[in-house]
Design a binder for this molecule. Sequence first.
Ligand code: URA
Length: 263
Amino acid sequence: MGIAANIAEDWHAALAALAWQVEAGADETILDAPLNRYELSAEAPKPLSAKASLPAALPSAPGAADPVAVAKSLAEQAPTLGALQSALTAFDHCDLKKGARSTVFSDGNPQARVLILGEAPGAEEDREGRPFVGRAGQLLDRMFAAIGLSRTSQNAETALYITNVMPWRPPGNRDPEPAEIAMMLPFVERHIALVDPKVIVVVGNTPLFALTGTKGILRARGAWSQALGKPLLPMTHPAYLLRNPSAKREAWADLLSLQARLR
Ligand code: URA
């Protein structure tokens, strides 16, 4: 093999290695200062307690703006969905934004009776700028189509509106942290108030935690409660159903319960 072939091969190998690292969540190539990883503490990160609550305000440097307060003020002042999207896009206090290509706001029909609240964009959503367009999203579309609901419907009765707690993809698709959820919550609350759906469906633990302060979607699923003054139905996330097809039977029961509630 000649030198030119080697260079081409190295280039493709380097590109593949880079793509793999981006996929795994790498969002910078160097740090501002050298980091000796041998000196880092071996202590594992502490898991979230089941009923951890969201921080009301985040610790910040003296004089620095509190991101939750900034988010609240921006969200409250947004009179329309367009204004809310602009305010969210301009919000610079969440580090996840730095590693994301898109601010993923929503998809579907804002007149819909049903609002689906997901967790956060994944790689495909980040690339396309729309929520739930990857494999899990395709399953979500099929699930709701089975009870006659679709994000492309122009008719409010049969339409869906879809958004996420986090508009930016977390690196490596990790779970969003409570502080990150806390600073997005004012936007989520305003988003739901502006759409004013009849029913909210939360899929997965992150939106369940964001709206109710509790986790445990496998226990909570299928049980109607209230959030933001609206009926709330927790369901398992379609990504979970892809990994655990036997859980689809319960998800079907939840869809039927939603269908009955809408009648
Ligand atoms: N999972 C989510 O919760 N939201 C998306 O937009 C995609 C995958």
